[in-house]
Design a binder for this molecule. Structure first.
Ligand code: 13P
Length: 251
């Protein structure tokens, strides 16, 4: 199995334009010529254009943090796939738990966004993951299965092949408490099982599944060393180029 390692930085609501330019330059200097790992940064919308200039002609791909599913029109505050594409954006995070928790994202809206992104030629990074209550209540698998099935409902295998899944247990995001390597790997294997049931083994074994939640240089090697953990979606540690680089190429 030859899944490529894929490390993406989700900058969340951080960086003014000057800060984004500095950070992007730092990332390019540190990992811009790495070829054995796929690398992406996902700055806020306001900084995509400036960061696009910096990552152009490097191995660092550009992603956005969300997108609206409609093509255009009266959707104040929203950004379309075409707007992102026009800036050179290749990837888009969809269904992040912060969108689900604070902004009313549902499995249905995730599904619409994934479909719209693929139709527009953007690669979705589809986030799933359970809360602490859900895990402690023994419902991790139920929740993750509902999210995975919901995200890809009605979609052809050929389209799902274009997606990356990010398993991000909510209790590990921004808490400093990462999932253990075993917990992450078990969840990733479970996600592949669902995809094998929805589609087939080929898709389940080919799709890249990132882990997200307090990944940092100190724990990256162990997490990334698991059989079914193919990369990371990095929040806090992606805001310092040196830390991000320490995950892309762990010591
Ligand atoms: P942290 O790395 O800050 O825990 O955030 C993870 C995340 O939510 C990435 O999307």
């Amino acid at each position: 199995m030859s899944r490529r390692t894929f490390i993406a930085g989700n900058w969340k609501m951080n960086t003014t334009i000057d800060e984004a330019v500095d950070l992007a330059k730092g990332v390019v200097a540190a990992v811009g010529s790495v070829t054995d790992v796929d690398v992406a940064v996902c700055p806020p919308y306001t900084n995509l254009s400036a960061v696009a200039e910096i990552v152009k002609d490097t191995n660092v791909k550009l992603g956005a943090q969300d997108v609206h599913w409609e093509e255009k029109g009266a959707y104040t505050g929203k950004i379309s796939c075409a707007m992102l594409k026009a800036l050179g954006v290749e990837l888009v995070i969809v269904g992040h738990s912060e969108q689900r928790t604070y902004f009313g994202e549902t499995d249905e809206t995730v599904n619409k966004k994934v479909a719209a992104a693929i139709a527009a030629g953007l690669g979705p990074i589809v986030c799933v993951g359970e809360t602490l209550d859900e895990r402690n209540g023994g419902n991790m698998e139920t929740v993750v299965e509902r999210q995975v099935r919901g995200a890809f409902a009605g979609m052809a295998a050929a389209d799902v092949f274009k997606c990356v899944v990010a398993y991000e247990p909510v209790w590990a995001i921004g808490t400093g408490v990462n999932a253990t390597a075993q917990q992450a790997n078990d969840a990733h294997i479970f996600i592949r099982k669902i995809l094998a049931d929805m589609y087939d083994d080929d898709l389940a074994q080919t799709i890249v599944i990132q882990y997200g939640g307090s990944m940092k240089p100190a724990n990256a090697k162990e997490l990334l060393g698991q059989s079914d953990v193919d990369g990371g979606l990095i929040g806090g540690a992606s805001l310092k180029a040196a830390d991000f680089a320490g995950i892309v190429t762990p010591a």
